[in-house]
Write a protein that binds this ligand. Structure first.
Ligand code: GRG
Length: 345
């Protein structure tokens, strides 16, 4: 099978930009900054993974879009903040001036904050939409009972109709309840992965490493401070997993959770995405090697570009192996892992 990912990318572009365009009450010049941050050049890896996760679990890609958009908004905020002088201090992002270079530091801090908040607004809106679907099912139940009381059939006939109507409506209400629980589960996965035990923790490690390095400390000393003993390699890998894999995991797992995936499926997807994220980061490190960012903590810098390339292949293979038991259901996710390994930017 060969999946055409262009339609997924088109949906992701449209939904991410649409979320900012449709958000109410935003000053128009500030909206322009938000649009600058979410438009142009993003590969939309996370929304794609979210949609593929939904399909893996038997759902539709379109139904995953609210979660996919929330993750892309969180990703966009993290890039805007990461580029700031107090963090990674990058003047360019996606071939154009980074947000603080184009609009100023204050605007960039606020744009990141706004994108993060908009992400959660989208998640709550989706949960609220599902809760109202559930209310509608309950109303249909009440309406069915009232209509039965008013008609002129025998008591027996009415009772039978009431039971069959109630069965249909209860099934609808049950399905609606399940959907809302799934949506809440998906939203919680995203919140945890993006937070201080996930992506932000990775950034805390990264910032700590940079501060230690500026004070003449080695990666080993930083690793020790963060509880990794003398194992600088484990520290570097865990930092990458947190910074990159956490959001990729949130993407694929939230899409699947919203579509009703069970614990075993979610665990397999997490293993897939943890490894995929490490491979993704290693490929990124290889692109960066020799450039401005080559002064930072990276696997390629610590162990060399050739080792990083090999390790990227190893992690991609581990990602694919994590889904081995799922056969054809996992084909698109496997194709996507291979595509990311071979990507050119
Ligand atoms: C500021 C809280 C906070 C976190 C920042 C995301 C991040 C953590 C730092 C960005 C720097 C970095 C190397 C992150 C690793 C993840 C990564 C490779 C991001 C770039 O993702 P792509 O390639 O970006 O998917 P596009 O431009 O395609 O959207």
């Amino acid at each position: 099978m060969t999946t055409d990912f262009t339609e997924y990318k088109r949906l992701a572009d449209e939904a991410a930009i649409g979320a900012v365009e449709c958000a109410e009450g935003i000053p128009e010049d500030f909206r322009r900054i938000l649009l600058y941050a979410v438009s142009d050049g993003g590969k939309r890896v996370r929304p794609l993974l979210c949609m593929l996760g939904a399909e893996f679990a038997g759902g539709k890609k379109e139904d995953a879009l609210p979660f996919a958009v929330a993750i892309e908004l969180i990703h966009s905020y993290s890039l805007v903040h990461d580029d700031l002088p107090c963090m990674d201090d990058d003047d360019e992002r996606r071939g154009k001036p980074s947000v603080h270079k184009a609009f100023g530091e204050g605007a960039a801090v606020l744009a990141g904050d706004a994108l993060l908040n908009l992400a959660y607004e989208r998640l709550f809106s989706e949960c609220a939409r599902m809760a109202s679907e559930k209310d509608n099912a309950a109303c249909a139940n009440a309406a069915g009972e009232n209509a039965n009381e008013a008609d002129a059939r025998t008591a027996n006939e009415k009772e039978n109709t009431t039971y069959s109507n109630m069965a249909v409506v209860n099934t609808a209400a049950h399905t609606a309840s399940e959907k809302i629980n799934n949506a809440i589960r998906a939203a919680k996965i995203i919140a945890r992965s993006a937070g201080a035990s996930g992506m932000i923790k990775g950034q805390v490690f990264d910032v700590g490493y940079a501060a230690d390095a500026a004070n003449g400390k080695t990666a080993r000393e930083t690793a020790l401070r963060h509880g990794f003993g003398n194992d600088a390699r484990a520290f570097v890998i865990e930092t990458s997993r947190l910074k990159t894999s956490e959001l990729l995991s949130a993407a694929v797992m939230s899409g699947a959770a919203a579509a009703g995936a069970g614990d075993a499926e979610l665990a397999a997807l997490k293993e897939y995405a943890d490894n995929l994220g490490l491979a993704f980061q290693l490929v990124d490190d290889v692109f960066d090697s020799g450039g401005k960012n080559d002064t930072e903590m990276s696997y390629a810098r610590a162990f060399g570009v050739d080792v990083a390339r090999l390790a990227a292949k190893k992690y991609t293979a581990a990602a694919i192996t994590a889904l081995y038991d799922y056969g054809t259901r996992a084909e698109s996710l496997i194709e996507f892992a291979n595509l990311l390994l071979k990507r050119a930017h």
